[in-house]
Design a protein around this ligand. Structure first.
Ligand code: URA
Length: 433
């Protein structure tokens, strides 16, 4: 078999065989297939697409290119959640303890923030002492003991995807539905959970700019998961506006704790309830209505918050910062952004708002950059709110005063105003199971 022929087959619109896909994934992971060959094949896939069978084979091959976690000793139904990435998306900090409080086993590997989106690992590390690097034995032991563990992604999980993702990033081939679906699902399959709930974001701050694209991606991922023996649901949720009011690592921990205290912004709470209810309904074979009432119960009675405290304690973090979020570190400087106009906010570009937060120091431009955990934004107004010129739109926080001017410019350019209130945008567009 020759990689040259595989590229030519895809270029000409033929369906690749399982053997051809396996040859490519194994050869590329082993360093035997060159980047220029892989880049040509990936571009041919981008242009020609993949059938369902090809996509499932590609996913399975990438999943098996490294370690496949065995969670069978965790003692219960193992669950996982994945978000395609957004701004202010702190749902894992709420959903994971909620479902663990209801008996699901959460063995979760999360990512760091990159670009305008945040990552759960950075948020957890903003709590003093929290360790996100555990050995595989410690990881499984903790899930057995308290039903929840959240760590950074193991280096050997789906290494083929790591290589291919970097190649796609450099060759304008990220935005292909079969390639995105196989990339995400290969990591989820390798991470081992039996039930997976996907939060597929759509809108100005998301990868998938339209609901139609998000639905195609969701269906593909649900089909792949089912074909590989996992129970999967996908929720298509809005990312035209940041989720909740707080953006930035410690600020997001504070807001997640508010929701676990039965308070917090309604949009964040409702998306968390929907995600957690779908996980419980899949893992416990419960009706969606019953699952939702159980989720609301553990949010109201404090048991989900206790589960977060247990998680933080087990991973070396400061429980007192969870019990009293005023103890979390704070940025030295705060700057108010005032509305430049009278009117109703008709649109917010969530990607630009995420980037304003990165400028303040909350995120990284390149992998490996250091971040300021205390930097970020508290939104005082969101889409649909009407304001007077000079009213406070948001507070910016940073330890670098010099960053405020650029961040503010970027932030204000994300807003559009109209005379009348805009139509209400749904928070959850669809659930696909
Ligand atoms: N996230 C992933 O993990 N892979 C993609 O291809 C896109 C988003």
């Amino acid at each position: 078999m020759r990689i040259y022929d595989i590229i030519a087959h895809k270029r000409d619109g033929l369906e690749l065989s399982d053997e051809e896909i396996a040859f490519f994934v194994k050869g590329y992971t082993a360093g035997e297939i060159k980047d220029y060959h892989a880049a040509a094949l990936v571009m041919a896939i981008y242009l020609r697409g993949m059938t369902d069978r090809e996509t499932i084979t590609l996913t399975n091959e990438m999943a098996h290119s490294g370690e496949m976690l065995d969670l069978s000793s965790c003692g219960g139904v193992t669950v996982d959640k994945h978000s395609t990435g957004g701004v202010g998306d702190k749902t894992t900090l709420v959903v994971a303890p909620v479902v663990a409080a209801l008996g699901a086993r959460v063995a979760k590997m999360s990512g760091r923030g990159l670009g305008h989106t945040g990552g759960t690992v950075d948020k957890l590390e903003s709590i003093n002492g929290f360790r996100t690097e555990l050995s595989p034995e410690e990881f499984i032991e903790q899930v057995k003991k308290i039903g929840i563990c959240v760590v950074g992604q193991s280096g050997n999980l789906a290494p083929a995807d790591k290589l291919l993702y970097a190649l796609r990033d450099a060759t304008a081939t990220v935005g292909s539905i079969p390639l995105i679906a196989s990339s995400i699902m290969s990591k989820k399959l390798a991470a081992g959970a039996q039930c997976i709930v996907l939060d597929v974001k759509t809108g100005s701050g998301a990868f998938m700019k339209t609901v139609e694209q998000a639905e195609q991606l969701s269906r593909k991922m649900v089909d792949i998961g089912n074909a590989c023996g996992r129970k999967v649901a996908a929720l298509i949720t809005d990312m035209n506006t940041p989720l909740g009011n707080n953006i930035g690592n410690t600020l997001e921990v504070m807001e997640a704790v508010e929701v676990l205290n039965g308070k917090g912004p309604e949009d964040l709470r409702e998306v968390c309830v929907a995600l957690a209810s779908n996980i419980i309904s899949l893992s416990e074979n419960m009706t969606p209505e019953k699952a939702e009432s159980e989720v609301r119960r553990v949010l109201a009675d404090g048991s989900a918050l206790s589960k977060l405290s247990q998680l933080v304690e087990m991973q070396g973090g400061s429980v007192s910062q969870i019990q009293n979020t005023e103890l979390l570190p704070k940025a030295k400087f705060c700057h108010e952004v005032l509305s430049p106009a009278d009117g109703c906010i008709s649109f917010m570009n969530a990607e630009k708002i995420g980037s304003s937060s990165v400028i303040l120091g909350a995120g990284r431009v390149n992998k490996g950059d250091s971040i300021d955990y205390t930097a970020g934004i508290i939104l005082h107004k969101k889409t649909g709110d009407c304001v007077r010129k000079g009213e406070v739109l948001a507070e910016l926080f940073s330890n670098n005063k010099a960053a405020f001017a650029e961040s503010e410019k970027h932030f204000v350019s994300a807003f559009e105003f109209s005379e009348n209130k805009p139509a209400i945008i749904p928070l959850i567009y669809k659930v696909i199971r």
